[in-house]
Design a protein around this ligand. Structure first.
Ligand code: NDP
Ligand code: MG
Ligand code: MG
Length: 340
């Protein structure tokens, strides 16, 4: 089994006397900044004026411009949207990167695909929570944590690995487990996971199921409960006890249907297409396309977003969720619901 690091394996003292700049105060940023501060570290948030800036102030943090925060800090964690990192890095962070500082990421995209080329005299590593930012915060407050990956890209100080682990402990990740990876492995598996399974695979599966029922004449409200609402209950069981744990709780009829029908929905052809998706990620084609889409001001992204929001499952779901206020309990802001 791969080596997992937990709180007792990690010396958080390495962060003492250091200033950590958290650049960006969105899904991940708000969680890292508040968790690190509550773990006893010196945190400064760097963000442009606007909503996040005001929120960080309201949360009692020391908030500066990106350039000021980067200048002041020893450890600079970049938690901006991946597609904006290069520009902000070139203009506001790179000038502040003096020898001996650490440049940190929560996803390897920009370094792995050559968008950001760090200078040779700084440590470069990543600490990537394997969960949405709002859970990184919520679990920390509850005394728990979200697992994380760490990877060292450049180790000038000889301490990059230990500092990465200390950072992971500071955000609460080492309560759940921290695993070493490389920038390449983290970037490629993160992109694959979100495209093929977690986000892309899942939304397409749910829509196909919903449409199949509605097209066959069943009520859309019922189809929503069946293919979307109940999903969370099933996923919670898998999260707690794996597939066997989930299958223990469902009826034997459901379990039999799982075995005989599931592989007809996701079959060898699906897996072959997953392999194509992985190859395109590995060859940099996905990154190239996404970078070009952003350079063109996101014409396709905006079109997809608009048409997906109009899908019947979204329209029906919004009405049904309004009648179940408890489903939103514990949810904070819309922005924190992002999965990276
Ligand atoms: P968000 O989109 O939630 O947050 C972006 C933040 O950056 C906001 O505070 C935004 O401020 C700020 N920002 C945007 N543009 C600029 C700019 N030009 N100058 C200064 N600040 C700016 O990002 P995420 O937290 O989703 O992602 C951050 C990183 O974490 C990414 O590398 C992502 O891959 C990674 N990650 C994300 C996960 C997640 O759960 N979302 C999971 C694991 C990794 P404003 O309010 O002004 O727009
Ligand atoms: Mg991601
Ligand atoms: Mg991810």
């Amino acid at each position: 089994m791969a080596k997992m690091y937990y709180n007792q394996d990690i010396n958080e003292g390495l962060l003492q006397g250091k200033t950590i700049a958290v650049i960006g105060y969105g899904s991940q940023g708000h969680a890292h900044a508040q968790n690190l501060k509550e773990s006893g570290h010196n945190v400064v948030v760097g963000v442009r004026p606007g909503k996040s800036f005001d929120q960080a102030k309201e949360d009692g943090l020391d908030v500066k411009t990106v350039a000021e925060a980067a200048e002041q800090a020893d450890i600079i964690m970049i938690l901006l949207p991946d597609e904006r990192q290069k520009k902000v890095y070139d203009e506001e962070i790179q000038p502040a990167l003096k020898a001996g500082k650490s440049l940190v990421f929560a996803h390897g995209f920009n370094v792995h695909f050559g968008q950001i080329k760090p200078p040779a005299d700084v440590d470069v590593f990543l600490v990537a929570p394997k969960g949405p930012g709002h859970l990184v915060r919520r679990t920390y407050e509850a005394g728990a944590g979200v697992p994380a990956l760490f990877a060292v890209f450049q180790d000038v100080s000889g301490q990059a690995k230990d500092v990465a682990l200390a950072y992971a402990k500071g955000i609460g990740a080492a309560r759940a487990g921290v695993l070493e990876t490389s920038f390449k492995e983290e970037t490629e598996t993160d992109l694959f996971g979100e495209q093929a399974v977690l986000c892309g695979g899942l939304t397409s599966l749910v829509k196909a199921g919903f449409e199949t029922l509605v097209e066959a004449g069943y009520q859309p409200e019922l189809a929503y409960f069946e293919t979307m609402h109940e999903l969370k209950l099933i996923v919670d069981l898998m999260y707690e006890g794996g597939m066997s744990g989930m299958r223990y709780s469902i009826s034997d009829t459901a379990e039999w249907g799982d075995y005989v029908s599931g592989p007809r929905v996701v079959d060898a052809d699906t897996k072959a297409r997953m392999k194509d998706i992985l190859t395109e990620i590995q060859e940099g084609k996905f990154a190239e396309g996404w970078i070009a889409e952003n350079e063109n001001n996101r014409p396709d992204y905006n079109a997809y977003k608009e048409s997906e929001a109009k899908h019947q499952i979204e329209v029906v779901g919004e009405k049904l969720r309004a009648m179940m206020p408890f489903v939103n309990e514990g949810k904070k802001t819309k922005q924190e619901e992002v999965v990276g």
